[in-house]
Ligand binder design. Structure first.
Ligand SMILES: [Zn+2]
Length: 145
């Protein structure tokens, strides 16, 4: 897949990244069934969550799976931050890379507090870690010249 990312400044969604559940098919910790996990779960208690890229808050929604979740729009890319305890932004707000947008938590269907982080490009979910890595690589590359 070809993807051109014009934005080269990126921030990690949390101060430190520890993956507790990877992207893709997995046995769900609550249901015990094979499920498609469309993001990664990152270790977090009630920590500050940062916008990974410049963007606009497309929605802050509450649902039974991801609890309080923020969707940020960055052109054709959407980043999703779920199981939040509190949002620090409002729908339609413009956010910049590294801006604190929420406090993580344990809302929705969870076994404990963590951050669910997802990346969607058009209508498909990408592996969020590969996505971050690709941008970091691009940024690196550009800084060399
Ligand atoms: Zn998750």
């Amino acid at each position: 897949m070809k993807m051109i990312i014009a934005l080269t400044i990126i921030c990690l969604p949390l101060k430190s990244l520890t993956v507790t559940s990877p992207f893709g098919y997995r046995i769900h910790p609550l249901t015990g069934k094979l499920e498609y996990h469309n993001g990664v779960d990152l270790r977090a208690k009630y920590d500050t969550v940062y916008a990974v890229l410049n963007g606009v808050v497309r929605s802050i929604c509450c649902n039974s799976t991801f609890g309080t979740a923020i969707n940020l729009q960055h052109g054709e890319i959407t980043t999703i931050y779920g199981h939040l305890s509190r949002s620090l932004v409002s729908a339609q707000d413009s956010v910049s890379t590294g801006q604190a947008i929420a406090i993580s938590g344990a809302s929705g269907r969870v076994t404990g507090a963590h951050l669910h982080f997802g990346v969607r490009y058009q209508n498909r979910y990408l592996n969020p870690l590969n996505f971050l890595y690709q941008i970091l690589k691009t940024t690196d590359h550009e800084q060399k010249f």
